[in-house]
Design a protein around this ligand. Structure first.
Ligand code: NAD
Length: 430
């Protein structure tokens, strides 16, 4: 059952508490992860094998699988499963391939031309979660934009299964992406390995991918320790569903449970325009939960979740903007008039027939999204995440005459004489 709150009766402090996520208050995760990072940095492959034994319960001879192993595993999946992955691949590719846009050159003054050009990040590391559920969809969500961007080296890490392999679906996605090696490393140790490099695993320039709290914490720590950047903090998944009288309580419950089954630390929030809706959804949650194979995890997540009753849809959007959800679903006929008021969300699902699951797998949008309130300042993964935009400029004789004195005056007022000279030495000669 979702705990119930009434928006109007909440004090400011209580609202702040509700929208805050559980972010390792006692630094327990931070301490574990810092230790893992240091060990990987010093001991490399040796300690990666030890962690595989400890966390993934498998002894590994080699820390990767190559093309032959990948082909063999990919061949084990059924044709309809291959076809579903191919359709997802095509839709994600279609949506993302529009994202590389060339910008025009701007002549800011006569003879002063400025422009930006796109270059791929050369070496990227993709983390594909594989603890409680194997997520081949994440490989497509990261690998497709990396390929479209033109990244030269794509390093993929994912926790090994207990047989020392990966599952056939991940293998099939590797083939679709033409990636010929996968490293069998999970958790914080995978992030550290890609940040520092080990005997087997190449160091990369940027690390991508969602994961549990260990993975997310490792990504935030290595940012401060190295010159390796990260896509965003994409931790335990969350959804916020806004529902009014037009919503079908069974659909709403199904969407909340779809999020809850990710893990006990996932959060599913319902914002409804009446307590009757909350009660009807709670009844549906009870019914639908009983038949879910992952009901243990899902019911623990539901215990950490809640419902807020609001006076109207404007209040619902206000609360949602404060929460800044990774996924936002609008289960109301009024969705068209609400979208322009949404200011903080990772990805938004509109109307009664748009389940979040569609975006998780196959509609085309990316499912690697900012969690824990980071949707206030981060976007989800896109082709942009895999490129840099370099600025260029060219100044001709006219341009130098146009801009010269402005730069000289500004350099002088900042007391930087050498800057002024770099202009003067040229203007004297043209
Ligand atoms: P995972 O691959 O993230 O983590 C598994 C690894 O965690 C293990 O291999 C192990 O190395 C490490 N680990 C486990 N227990 C540990 C411990 N006690 N100490 C140190 N390390 C430990 O897989 P998962 O656990 O299934 O988590 C996947 C997560 O990804 C979920 O929380 C899900 O919500 C999230 N997710 C987020 C998005 C997003 O876009 N934000 C998308 C998909 C999934």
């Amino acid at each position: 059952m979702l705990k119930k709150y009434d928006y109007q009766s909440l004090k400011e402090e209580e609202r702040q508490q509700l929208v805050a996520r559980n972010t390792d208050p006692n630094n327990a995760i931070q301490d574990v992860v810092q230790d893992i990072i240091q060990k990987v940095r010093i001991q490399g492959d040796t300690v990666l094998r030890e962690y595989a034994e400890k966390f993934d319960k498998v002894q590994l001879d080699k820390l990767f699988l190559d093309a032959d192993d990948i082909d063999e595993l990919a061949a084990t999946i059924q044709r309809d499963q291959q076809r579903a992955l191919e359709i997802a691949f095509q839709n994600i590719h279609r949506f993302h391939s529009t994202q590389l846009k060339r910008e025009r050159t701007v002549e800011t003054m006569p003879g002063v031309k400025c422009w930006r050009e796109i270059r791929p990040i050369e070496k990227v590391g993709l983390y594909i979660p594989g603890g409680s559920a194997v997520l081949p969809s994440t490989l497509l969500m990261l690998g497709i934009p990396a390929r479209i961007a033109g990244c030269k080296e794509i390093v993929v890490c994912s926790p090994p299964q207990s047989n020392g392999k990966i599952n056939g679906f991940v293998a099939y996605c590797l083939k679709l992406l033409n990636i010929k090696r996968i490293y069998l490393v999970g958790g914080a140790q995978a992030v550290a390995a890609m940040a520092f490099g080990t005997q087997s695993i190449p160091k990369v320039d940027k690390i991508f991918g969602p994961g549990n709290q260990f993975v997310t914490k490792a990504k935030s720590i290595i940012q401060g320790l190295t010159n390796v950047s990260i896509d965003m903090p994409a931790g335990p998944s969350e959804v916020l569903v806004i529902a009014d009288e037009s919503a079908n309580p069974a659909f709403v419950a199904a969407d909340l449970l779809a999020q809850a089954e990710h893990g006990a630390d996932s959060q599913a929030v319902l914002v409804a325009t009446s307590t009757a809706i909350v009660d009807a959804v709670n009844t549906q949650i009870e019914t639908q939960l009983t038949v879910l194979p992952r009901k243990e995890l899902a019911s623990r997540a539901i215990e950490n979740s809640y419902a807020v009753t609001v006076g109207n849809l404007q209040e619902a959007i206000q609360f949602s903007n404060e929460y800044a959800p990774e996924h936002l679903i609008l289960e109301t006929d009024q969705w068209e008039s609400l979208t322009r008021h949404i200011s903080n969300a990772g990805s938004v699902f509109l109307g009664h027939l748009t389940p979040e699951s569609a975006g998780d797998y196959a509609s085309g949008t990316n499912h690697t999204l900012p969690t824990s309130g980071y949707a206030r300042s981060y976007s989800g993964v896109s082709v942009d995440s895999f490129v840099k935009k370099i600025t260029f400029q060219h100044i001709n004789e006219t341009g130098l005459q146009q801009i010269g004195s402005t730069v000289e005056i500004l350099a002088e007022l900042e007391g930087l004489q050498a800057h002024k000279n770099a202009v003067s030495i040229r203007t004297e000669q043209v």
